[in-house]
Ligand binder design. Structure first.
Ligand SMILES: *Cc1c(COP(=O)(O)O)cnc(C)c1O
Length: 231
């Protein structure tokens, strides 16, 4: 089931790349495995997945040691400053830097460990209250500039979570806005290389790829519906 789902998601990413004239090698599919048991992650691993996304530090640090060490782990959920120390040096990319305070915590732990931590800044393009980050452009500009100055942080790009919708086309404007924002001339020296964009989930990843996504975060489309135990 999982292997089949992965094949189908990859096929759809390839289609979206073709449609938009992009090279498939520019797009990384992250298998979002939050709430799912290790056995299911193993299945995805065996089907070729090497990038996994989790949104809770505890779940991440529990799964990490029992799975192969060539997995690239992505922290995609809201991160509390007091938990930064548990994932520093262990994750491949933190997608969810939403305040300078959090960036400074990552900076401090990275300096202690003598490493540079790759991060993305989370932008709340649609301005939804339920999401972290802000849609305030001046605040985001300031955040990007300040974070890019931190010596033990490698600012690689931006991330957004678009609204839940039945109509993926309705999220296109948020994805293109994120790309355009990332390419502003004033950020020319802020990103380590071409700015990378983390955008697109099960409901809208093809549109995100067409709009320039480098990371798509797909959970339900690979592992099926999540059961949070709340009914
Ligand atoms: C859960 C989650 C996803 C995956 O959502 P699906 O709709 O199941 O694909 C992607 N990004 C973030 C930040 C998430 O928390």
């Amino acid at each position: 089931m999982i292997a089949q789902n992965l094949t189908e998601v990859r096929r759809r990413i390839e289609e979206a790349c073709k449609k938009s004239g992009r090279d498939i090698s520019e797009v990384t599919l992250i298998s979002v495995s939050k709430t799912k048991p290790v056995s299911m992650l193993k299945e995805a691993y065996d089907a070729g997945s090497r990038d996994f996304g989790e949104n809770k530090v505890q779940e991440l640090t529990e799964k990490m040691p029992v799975l192969p060490d060539d997995i690239r782990w992505h922290m995609i959920g809201h991160l509390q400053t007091n938990k930064v120390k548990y994932i520093t040096g262990k994750v491949s990319l933190i997608h969810s830097i939403d305040t300078l305070h959090l960036a400074e915590a990552v900076e401090k732990e990275s300096a202690k460990a003598g490493i540079k931590t790759p991060v993305l800044i989370e932008i709340n393009e649609a301005g939804e209250d339920s999401k972290f980050g802000t849609s305030d452009e001046a605040a985001n500009t300031e955040l990007i500039k300040r974070v890019s100055d931190l010596p033990h942080i490698e600012l690689k790009g931006l991330m957004t979570i678009a609204p839940y919708t039945e109509d993926p086309e309705s999220n296109r404007k948020y994805f293109s806005a994120l790309r355009e924002f990332s390419l502003r001339p004033e950020f020319k020296d802020c990103f380590a290389g071409h700015p990378l964009l983390s955008m697109g989930m099960t409901g809208d990843f093809e549109v995100a790829v067409e709009e320039g996504a480098h990371f798509v975060r797909v959970g339900t489309g690979i592992f099926g519906e999540r059961d949070y135990g709340i009914h």
